[in-house]
Design a protein around this ligand. Structure first.
Ligand code: KG4
Ligand code: ZN
Length: 334
């Protein structure tokens, strides 16, 4: 089954062609980072307009790269939520219109589920059940995943998402947007042990997270070291990254133990973080688990993961109705 995936939930316009839910024939991502850079974050109205401007080119490019023509396409999968409503609507209406014109089914996909399915785009995917740590700009949660479409939420952030904390700390340090990549690059030159930040919720039972206190601790450090903090940027970045990594790593390993899962999976933009990947691989190995990490291109927002999720919903006979709409927020997982 050849599925066209479309993703426009935030600041990436993406389209991909995926065969049978795991073979990527093309994956095109048009990032809007430059557009939002000057504002230090995503401006929803600008994001929607940019999606409108480029979506047909991005879809055309994905079809062209895959060598797929309209008549070979079996279905379309599109992100339905959560995300920015105006941004979601662009991809959603484009997909519905295209599917109607071509006479193929169209299925609406939950963005969080799709992130967790990104691992199936890789060779040697994990068997079910596994525990998945989803760490992105909008969400941080741990899931017990029993199938491509069934995921139980074990715990989530009570305030900021991990990616959001990276973005806010980078902004505080005047390093620009998006913060994750900038801070992780900067950490390479820093000493993670020099400035110790708190590890929120590390010792608490359960799988909830909280990152706003950690963000405040960084702010306090800046305020109490007004003359010196600028010369410590890489140590601050490394110390902050280490604190986030410690918490994430500890919780996912504990979840695997508690749920008796042999495999654990990372997903979402923050899963591209090299330090987190290293630590999770090491800790998993020590505890006898296998860590499965998607390639960095499938960690951040992309449409291949939407098509991968879509395949399983289509196989189950799902498709969107004419009146179905997008949604901005949802608690995903039973
Ligand atoms: O999954 P994603 O592309 O979009 C959402 O669904 O939110 O995640 C974007 C988030 C941003 O907060 C970004 O700063 C963070 O992922 N991120 C990283 C890295 N690359 C992206 N955070 C830490 N280290 C990275 N290397
Ligand atoms: Zn995402």
């Amino acid at each position: 089954m050849i599925v066209l995936g479309i993703e426009t939930s935030c600041d990436e316009t993406a389209a991909a062609i995926v065969e049978d839910g795991n073979k990527v024939l093309s994956s095109v991502v048009a990032s809007q980072v430059k557009l939002h850079h000057a504002y230090g974050g995503v401006v929803p109205e600008l994001a929607s307009r940019k999606h409108m401007e480029v979506i047909d080119h991005v879809v055309e490019e994905a079809m062209h790269e895959a060598g797929v023509h309209g008549r070979n396409l079996d279905a379309i999968a599109v992100t339905r939520g959560p995300g920015l409503i105006g941004a979601l609507l662009v991809g959603f209406n484009f997909a519905k219109g295209m599917a109607y014109a071509m006479g193929v089914p169209c299925v609406g996909i939950n963005h969080l589920e799709a992130h967790l399915n990104a691992i199936f785009l890789e060779a040697d995917p994990p068997p079910f059940p596994f525990v998945g740590l989803l760490v992105s700009g909008g969400h941080t949660g741990i899931y017990h995943v029993t199938s491509h479409t069934d995921m139980a939420l074990l715990g989530q952030t009570r305030d900021d998402a991990a990616g959001e904390a990276f973005d806010k700390v980078a902004k505080m340090l005047n390093l620009g947007y998006p913060g994750g990549v900038i801070l992780s690059e900067m950490s390479r030159q820093g000493d993670p042990a020099k400035i110790r930040f708190p590890r929120p919720f590390l010792d608490k039972e359960g799988f909830d997270f909280s990152f706003s206190g950690l963000k405040t601790a960084v702010r306090r450090h800046i305020e109490t070291h007004p003359d010196t903090y600028k010369s410590q940027l890489s140590d601050i970045a490394a110390g902050f990254q280490e604190a986030v990594t410690d918490v994430l790593c500890h919780k996912i390993i504990t979840a695997a133990k508690q749920r008796h899962c042999s495999h654990l999976v990372l997903a979402g933009g923050v899963a591209a973080n090299q330090r987190l990947r290293e630590r999770v691989r090491e800790e998993a190995q020590k505890s006898g688990f296998k860590a499965c990490l998607p390639s960095p291109v499938y960690c951040g927002d992309n449409a291949a993961m939407i098509a991968a999720s879509g395949y399983h919903h289509l196989m189950a006979g799902e498709s969107l109705g004419f009146m179905d709409d997008v949604y901005s927020r949802v608690r995903y997982g039973s």
